[in-house]
Design a protein around this ligand. Structure first.
Ligand SMILES: C[S@@+](CC[C@H](N)C(=O)[O-])C[C@H]1O[C@@H](n2cnc3c(N)ncnc32)[C@H](O)[C@@H]1O
Length: 539
């Protein structure tokens, strides 16, 4: 099918050696993963990957690391499969196609930045950005499709960073919150996926040039919105997993045409060592048999005629499947000039008071009300900054989330001022690290995945113990109070901290001390501590 595909015919118009591309686009891809550097045990994870014969991806410029596993996607077996699943479920690893890691490496996001991930689900780039922020700053991860918002929330929760908020909008109509704009924006646009044949063999039979043309206007609209929302001096990365210039360079050219303030940065110095080709400034118009067409198409889909744009397009980057040994990919890095004029400030016609504005939806995260704050403080002995509540969950986020929530905003192009102290008009579906659970409005217990982050910060909720107790809990699931060394008289949820190496495990202290760790965490901690763990024993 691949030999006779329209896609192969199209590729033969885009590069000389289409057969070379075909040979590298057909095989299933190796499994590739990113190691989450925000986890204290990331060295152990890297050692385990090395031990099973994985190869470091040398062009990956971290933080963290990226690896190609010694088998194809989805074909791990036995114990390796069990550990891989556990590493993924606990957010220590993210499965991600290697070339899909490139846009975030080119984005240059860092601690304290407020970043928009405009088309975010399933969230592999969102979590990668969070790793660059290092638990400070904020990523607003946006997705328009309902079911894909849920998938995004699940993946972000598993990753366990405190710097992500999931929002639910059509990217073309995102409200301007924060009003000052974003430091960085990534537009990983919906596309035809012509570079994904290794992962999605269906593409061979389905791909048509008209598919790219039907997405072009949406892609231009999304990137144009990003240009409107980026701060002066800020950077936007536009990317697709399509090789089709109509979805790639033509979109970038149209946006450059409409905005004097934007320039392309050369992508290749930002991505040293990545085997890639420059962007192109010329491409043919193709019909749905993959042959040259003389039918008229809108100007924005055609090669640009403006010399300044023609010259700049070479700064884009196209990664062919056969050169990288993975998925085909395109990216462009745009920068707004630092002296770009600020948006004209319209005459303000009205100021709304907090009572005039609809409150946030009931399921949006809110700062802790006093009653919950005092219940939490009485148990934890302190109240960490950045706590929020959503339903029965206590969430931990960053100062930048608080700043966005507090910031004033506007409506009607700036003519109506709206006070902060709300997310609205943002629709926030999730925020930060899921830290603890509430029952009847009172603190109930710490979520296992947050134990390592919270344990050392909560003197009232944690106890240092001898490592032997933690070993015994991991092996047996519970222990008698006598073994607890200092836990006599304690009741309820606690985090035990190993006095030798700082490992943290959540327990419930009642008649006995019971381990409150899920199977995946228990398996990994047991392996790290050189213990045997019977996987069939359950939680
Ligand atoms: C290429 S995927 C994003 C992959 C994601 N960035 C990642 O790395 O995991 C494009 C996403 O854009 C979403 N999308 C499509 N139209 C959109 C729109 N108008 N606004 C926001 N998201 C949109 C799609 O539902 C899809 O989830």
């Amino acid at each position: 099918m691949a030999q006779d595909s329209v896609l192969l015919r199209a590729v033969s118009h885009w590069r000389e050696d289409a057969a070379g591309w075909l040979s590298g686009s057909f095989d299933r891809l190796p499994e590739t993963v990113r190691v989450n550097p925000l986890r204290a045990d990331s060295d152990w994870t890297e050692g385990w990957l090395e031990g099973i014969g994985s190869q470091r991806i040398t062009w990956f410029s971290g933080p963290g690391s990226a690896w190609a596993l010694p088998f194809e996607r989805g074909s791990a077996q036995g114990d390796v499969k069990a550990v891989l699943i556990a590493l993924h479920e606990t957010g220590r690893l993210t499965r991600q196609e290697a070339s899909s890691m490139l846009p975030v490496l080119a984005l240059g996001a860092g601690p304290g930045h407020v970043v928009l991930d405009m088309c975010a689900s399933p969230g592999s780039k969102t979590t990668q950005i969070a790793e660059h922020l290092g638990q400070s700053g904020l990523v607003l991860a946006n997705e328009v499709v309902n079911s894909r918002v849920n998938m995004l929330v699940t993946n972000v929760q598993r990753h366990g960073s405190s710097s992500v908020a999931v929002i639910h909008h059509d990217g073309r109509h995102l409200p301007r919150v924060p009003e000052s704009g974003f430091d960085r924006i990534i537009v990983d646009a919906p596309c035809t996926g012509s570079g994904t044949t290794g992962k999605n063999p269906d593409v061979w039979g389905k791909w048509l040039p008209s598919g790219g043309r039907s997405l072009h206007d949406l892609q231009v609209a999304l990137l144009s919105k990003a240009v409107a929302l980026i701060k002066p001096g800020g950077r936007v990365v536009y990317s697709t997993c399509s090789l089709d210039p109509v979805e790639d360079e033509a979109v970038v050219a149209e946006v450059l045409r409409c905005s004097d303030a934007m320039n392309l940065l050369a992508a290749s110095p930002l991505l040293a060592g990545v085997p890639a080709e420059e962007g192109r400034s010329d491409w043919p118009n193709l019909d749905d048999s993959g042959e040259l067409s003389v039918e008229e198409v809108p100007k924005s889909m055609l090669p640009p005629s403006e010399p300044a744009i023609v010259e700049q397009l070479a700064r884009c980057m196209r990664v062919w499947n056969d050169s990288i040994g993975g998925g085909g990919f395109f990216l462009a890095v745009l920068e707004k000039s630092a002296d770009a004029p600020q948006r004209p400030v319209p005459e303000i016609q009205s100021f709304l008071s907090p009572e005039d504005v609809k409150p946030d939806a009931r399921n949006a995260p809110q700062p802790l009300p006093e009653s919950i704050a005092s219940s939490v403080e009485s148990v934890w002995g302190t109240l960490p900054d950045g706590l929020w509540v959503r339903g029965k969950r206590l969430l931990l986020s960053t100062p930048e989330a608080q700043e966005v929530w507090e910031s004033e905003r506007s409506r009607r192009g700036g003519r109506t001022r709206i006070p902060g102290g709300r997310w609205r008009p943002l629709r926030v579906m999730h925020l930060g690290l899921s830290a603890a659970l509430l029952r009847d409005g009172e603190f109930d217990r710490i979520v296992a995945g947050a134990a390592r982050e919270l344990g050392p910060r909560l003197p009232g909720a944690s106890c240092e113990v001898d490592g032997a107790l933690i070993d015994s809990l991991l092996e047996e699931g519970d222990a008698s109070i006598d073994e607890g060394g200092g836990l006599e008289g304690v009741r309820g949820g606690r985090i035990l901290i190993d006095s030798q190496n700082g490992d943290c495990v959540p327990v419930w202290v009642g008649g006995r001390i019971s381990l409150m760790l899920g199977k995946a965490e228990r398996l990994l901690l047991s392996l790290q501590r050189g213990l045997t763990f019977n996987q069939n024993e359950g939680e």
